[in-house]
Design a protein around this ligand. Structure first.
Ligand code: UGA
Length: 467
């Protein structure tokens, strides 16, 4: 099939490369000429593991352009995957969606094209996109579209950092449209993923248990709501375990054991029960806010989703409170932060906990040193106003620091020579914001290890007092 993808951000590019890899002819369009030039030469503008490899493997079937005239005519499916960033008023800024829809309408030229909303858009946007395309088509062609297109929703469930894996091996594919012909087209498009009939790349092996992927075909509004309901549920699952982690600390319980104990109940499930600093990234914050505000338009309150947001906000304060309680005075202290990206395997800094935590510490008079394996350059570009010291290694972050906080659980941070690091710190205090480090080993080395919802053994505190 011939596919056009508008927008080469995380979602658009990942979708385009995966669809080309499984055999479709794909044109990726972006209005950013620098991005397109980079992609044409095989370089990807975002950090996503194996994206460049998959792009090289898909190269015969993928092209990049800045021209709607080149991408749209003849396309069987057009994906809209443009950004919908938060606007100053809180709701999503839909200007790019409007522009993309109008440009698609002005260039449609095929027997039948399905226009798919892949961006996370407010519920009801499908109808709006339909009317924008219709108007632009009529203006450009001087006639009605007469059944030559239809709008569908195909929400994206990929996680940054494992976007290619999630696209090639999804748990399910959701397609929503009020037009059965669109659903048929999308079924044919996703057939290689649904049947898992493509040859898996060696660097992205197929999960052993995966045989076939279910397709959920719904009406337009249901597909749009599925996206928000899924993200809000994941966000509240994390907030729930974080809330329980607060109580765990107070009663002397260990949150990892509690999470395992509840997660092995198949009705609850183990995933997204990892307690820590809380969720960041561009999706959970934006989507939970949008859900609350959409509900408000219908005079509906959403206390559960609101509470998940509040608990998440509180987790950032917990980090500062823990440092305060360990150090007594924060003013004049040097704090090292390991990790800037909102999660490992990405350079995305949107709503990254590290940024909020750094700001809070600076406000309290701390000197903040930071390191990230891939997001430093981006941080330098996008946050020049935040007065932190960028260090080129995790060891430098710890040098003469009063405490180090592990903010992003990059795997390489677990393998550091912590023994050597402890010797270079002013006080060996380690706050493991993601509960991923080996607490017993670190305590053995002499660290005061502080977790999020974990028990601090009294015996260890005695040793510290004696020292
Ligand atoms: C999320 C969803 O997981 C995807 O299904 C969805 O497609 C995507 O949003 C989107 O709407 O585009 P993403 O934000 O990329 O994906 O990353 P996640 O892996 O979900 O992590 C989000 C945040 O939650 C991270 O800051 C992570 O550290 C945190 N998290 C995750 C926890 O604190 N605990 C957990 O147990 C899991």
């Amino acid at each position: 099939m011939r596919i056009a993808i508008i927008g080469t951000g995380y979602v658009g590019l990942t979708t385009g490369v995966c669809l080309a890899y499984v055999g479709h002819e794909v044109q990726c369009l972006d209005t950013d000429t620098a991005k397109i030039a980079a992609l044409k030469s095989g370089r990807t503008p975002i950090y996503e593991p194996f994206l460049e490899e998959l792009l090289a493997d898909a190269a015969p079937r993928i092209r990049f352009t800045t021209s709607y005239e080149e991408a749209i005519p003849g396309a069987d499916v057009v994906f809209i995957a443009v950004g919908t960033p938060p606007s100053p008023g809180g709701g999503p800024d839909l200007q790019y969606l409007r522009l993309a829809s109008q440009s698609i309408g002005a260039h449609l030229d095929h027997e039948f094209t399905v226009v798919v909303n892949k961006s996370t858009v407010p519920i009801g946007s499908g109808n709006w996109v339909d009317s924008l395309i219709r108007e632009a088509y009529e203006t450009a062609k001087g006639k009605r579209p007469a059944g030559c297109f239809s709008v569908a929703s195909n929400p994206e469930f990929l996680r940054e950092g494992s976007g290619l894996h999630d696209s090639l091996y999804p748990d399910r594919v959701v397609v929503g449209s009020d037009d059965p012909k669109s659903l048929d087209t999308l079924y044919a498009l996703y057939r290689p993923m649904l049947d898992q009939s493509f040859t898996a790349p060696t660097y992205l092996p197929r999960p052993e248990a995966l045989a076939a992927v279910p397709l959920i075909a719904t009406d337009l509004a249901s597909a749009e709501l599925i996206k928000y309901a899924a993200n809000a549920f994941l966000a509240l699952k994390i907030s729930y375990i974080n809330e329980i982690s607060q109580l765990a600390e107070r009663v002397g319980a260990d949150i990892a054991q509690v999470a395992k104990g509840i997660g092995l109940d198949a009705r609850i499930g183990m995933r997204f029960l990892h307690a820590g600093i809380g969720w960041g990234g561009s999706c959970f914050g934006k989507d939970t806010a949008a859900l609350v505000s959409t509900a408000a338009e219908y005079s509906l309150d959403m206390p559960i989703v609101k509470a998940a947001r509040e608990v998440n906000r509180r987790q950032r304060d917990v980090v500062v409170e823990k440092l305060l309680s360990a150090l007594r005075i924060l003013k004049g202290r040097t704090i090292g932060l390991l990790g800037l990206a909102f999660k490992p395997n990405t350079d995305d800094l949107r709503e990254a906990p590290a940024i909020e935590i750094a700001k809070k510490l600076i406000e309290r008079g701390c000197k903040v040193r930071v390191h990230d394996p891939v997001a430093m350059e981006r941080f330098r570009r996008e946050y020049p106003g935040i007065d932190v010291i960028l260090c080129d290694s995790p060891e430098k972050v710890a040098e003469n620091a009063d405490a180090v906080v592990l903010v992003t659980e990059w795997p390489q941070y677990s393998d550091l020579d912590w023994e050597a690091i402890a010797k270079t710190m002013r006080t060996p205090i380690l706050l493991d914001g993601r509960n991923v480090l080996d607490a017993a080993r670190l305590r053995g080395i002499g660290f005061r290890y502080i977790g999020m919802g974990t028990v601090e053994p009294a015996a260890h505190l005695d040793v510290l007092v004696k020292a």
